[in-house]
Design a protein around this ligand. Structure first.
Ligand code: SF4
Length: 415
């Protein structure tokens, strides 16, 4: 969903193919040996019980107790993982060596992946490729903006899936196919990796990277909890984006998060939307708008409508008028983000002229719809949204020790 939603750099400097193909030794991590009592807080942990990242402080305390330590060691673990952001158990030097060894022997890891590649655009945007345990690469983007003297807003644009099954017509990720959902720690670690690169706290998180967050809602919600409670990023600083998956907006609303919902709309009517977003066939616009209204009523958080402007397709003033009418029909609490399309190789779509973008925005504003035109980041490095695929599709991104062939679903790209 990064895709058009955030125009970002996507240029990856060329890496010798041999490096790209270097096999990674597999290390099998055995399941932890700990046993949980019925009242154990660890029972709340549903994901990767051998990964520390993503666990709450009570859960970490339970891990310590299960390994014969006192509960306060869990508090220390929490501090080391989330405040000190240490990546390796053996670097927890505040903990006794025996405890560190026990953790490792029981199969625990912190859950941080190596940074495989970084590319920096002239505007400071940085794209990272993280290499996951199964050798898949995912990308995440750090977008720095100077807000006032010396202060920086650092936005992490995170992926929720490896690839995406939804195949939006303008999106490079959709064209690259789907591999798997990300686990919660694989979402959280993207934020920590960006902090590591920028040596700065991430202030904002947008779930607009690879994948449809609502198709991996459980992990997204768990990551959201951790980002908010453990890493201390305000809920209001987190945006969850979706192109629309039936029954999930209501589910998200029921959690009453104080986070923004961003709906990738891209068209003011069902027919046009279906031609741009094929998955829209199963979720009529009227039903989506109803669910967005409920999200607003449940959370009192406005819904942001993302609208990729595709030249000659959905960028006419008439479309803006139709959009304004539809939004008024569904009440208040709306904001429209216009995203002039970033051309990708082989795409049938073109970027609209600035004049068309301005006319579209003006038509909305004159009808009292708040609107912003998203600034494109990273285009100077041929790296705007959706372009990484053009750089990497021909390169194997997943390396199995006994199979070096590439399949579409192995291609980790952001749209
Ligand atoms: S194909 Fe997937 S990642 Fe791309 S815009 Fe659509 S939902 Fe987002």
């Amino acid at each position: 969903m990064i895709a058009v939603s955030i125009a970002l750099l996507q240029h990856v400097t060329s890496v010798p193919l041999a490096r790209a193909l270097r096999p990674r030794s597999c290390h099998a991590v055995s399941a932890p040996s700990r046993k949980l009592s019925a009242s154990s807080p660890s029972r709340a942990t549903h994901v990767d019980p051998h990964v520390l990242l993503g666990m709450t402080e009570p859960e970490l305390q339970q891990v310590a107790v299960d390994l014969g330590q006192q509960g306060y060691r869990g508090k220390q673990l929490h501090h080391l993982i989330y405040k000190r952001k240490i990546k390796d158990i053996q670097e927890f030097i505040q903990l006794p060596q025996a405890f560190r060894n026990n953790l490792q022997e029981a199969g625990w890891t912190v859950g941080r992946s190596p940074i495989y590649q970084t590319v920096t655009a002239a505007d400071g945007t940085v794209k990272l490729l993280l290499k996951l345990e199964d050798n898949r690469l995912i990308e995440t983007v750090g977008i720095p903006v100077e807000v006032e003297k010396g202060a920086m807003r650092l936005t992490a644009c995170v992926s929720s899936q490896v690839g995406c099954p939804l195949k939006c017509s303008f999106c490079a990720t959709g064209k690259g196919g789907f591999s798997r959902n990300l686990k919660r720690h694989e979402i959280i670690e993207q934020v920590l990796a960006i902090e590591e690169i920028f040596k700065h706290r991430v202030t904002n998180v947008v779930f607009m990277g690879m994948g449809e967050p609502m198709l991996n809602l459980k992990s997204v919600l768990e990551a959201h909890r951790c980002l908010n409670k453990d890493i201390q990023i305000g809920q209001r600083m987190i945006t969850i984006s979706t192109v629309g998956v039936p029954n999930t907006i209501k589910k998200l609303a029921s959690h009453k998060l104080q986070s923004t919902l961003a709906l990738s709309l891209h068209a003011p009517n069902q027919k046009l939307r279906e031609s741009i977003v094929p998955s829209a066939k199963s979720y009529p616009l009227e039903a989506i708008m109803k669910d967005c209204k409920e999200y607003f009523l449940e959370t009192n958080r406005r819904v942001s409508f993302e609208y990729a402007l595709l030249a000659g397709v959905n960028d006419a003033v008439d479309h803006a008028v139709e959009l304004a009418e539809m939004l008024h029909e569904w009440g208040r609490g709306h904001h429209v983000n216009l995203i002039p399309f970033n051309p990708i190789e082989g795409s049938e779509y073109k970027r609209p002229y600035n004049k068309a973008v301005q006319a579209f925005a003006a038509a909305l504003e004159s009808r009292k719809i708040t609107v912003s035109v998203r600034q494109t980041r990273g285009l100077d490095a041929s790296a705007a949204c959706g372009q990484l695929r053009n750089e990497f599709q021909k390169s194997p991104l997943r390396i199995d020790s006994n199979n070096t062939s590439q399949s579409e679903s192995d291609i980790a790209v952001a749209c």
